[in-house]
Design a protein around this ligand. Sequence first.
Ligand SMILES: [Mg+2]
Length: 430
Amino acid sequence: MSDVTIRDIRVILTEPDGIRLVIVKVETSEPGLYGVGCATFTQRPLPVKVAVEKYLRPFLIGRNVADIEDIWQSSYVSSYWRNGGVLNNALSGVDQALWDIKGKMAGMPVYDLLGGRAREAAAVYVHASGREPAEVADKVSAFIDEGFHHVRVQVDTPGYATYGTKGLDKSTESARGSSGGPRNVTTWKKELTPGKRYAHPPGIFEPKPYMNSALGLFDLVRSQCGWDFEMLHDVHERIPPIDGVWFAKEVEQYRLFFLEDLFSPEDQEYFRIVRQQCSTPIAMGELWNNPHEVIPMVKDRLIDFIRVHISQMGGITPCRKIAAMGEMFGVRTAWHGPGDTSPVGHAANLMLDLNAWNFGIQEYAIFGERTREVFPGCPEVLDGHMWPNGKPGLGIDVDEELAAKFPHSKWEFGGAWNEIRRADGSIVRP
Ligand SMILES: [Mg+2]
């Protein structure tokens, strides 16, 4: 057994393309041997930094890098109270870095440590969105021409905020702010309570107009782009549960690859009802914080795709177990992979994608040029698939000098998730 130990743990904050990324670097007693991990929690980066530097660092310095499982288990209970998003992201940064180190020591990519590859490359899906259905359909066609077989489609709802487009809603996953366009301020002003302080001008969301515009989109995209490519859609919670049941049934005719985040975690018992009424494939999980939240959904086969955010779960160590559990129940993986998963996090996703036989699909947000430069070894996408580079560990690094040139910027309200409200002013759960 090796006697290499953890010498230091550092946090690197960088924002090369407008998304605040958090990277953890674990340095070892062996000169030049280190690992990197993703701890990105875009809305709360500073608490993650503190959790790593003030709590995990002193707790773990001197520990043998070989003991990933023991380090994960002991860190997990070191705060006694079970982890939420902040502590799990901090733990994930360390965990992924330790897998990176183990791979470098073994001279193997992490997927080999996990048991080897079940496939050569991971199929990815990309995002097509627009103001009009025709604009979205054109983007789908362009992606198909580029070799993508899976495309998520989202369209604006005229006059309302809509998730996943860049019109009236600021909460896109790939950008921190709206690319412009008027919000539904006229509607909002009628309802605004004098003297009350709201975050941003909130987006106004109403379920029926959203569902109508989404169904119109599916209709047009299927008629224009055909039935051979795989179409995906993200509801992003928001609609009342019984409307969600109706929507899942209505969508069945369009044969989606999956319908994502139909209900908020608070309402997930409704998946049982959806299951009894239609065969629309269901993906869920990015808002879960604990691996145990996955169990009831998988054991009763209420979802088809486990869609957890790996850093939000605490890293590779818990997620390899989640993937294995899914295989036993015929439930596939679809790890969350938006722009606010760093390239290091994407590299970790890829390791599990390649190893897990029950891999379903990998979300992919196209990396910006500056991001690719900050992260040498950034996973490559070709012909609709993400390919490993075969290097030991996670196969990715961070150029710290370059990363420092893109410090975290100050965001309104600290980077709070955009407020979405109903027309009567009540908050909508994302
Ligand atoms: Mg989602």
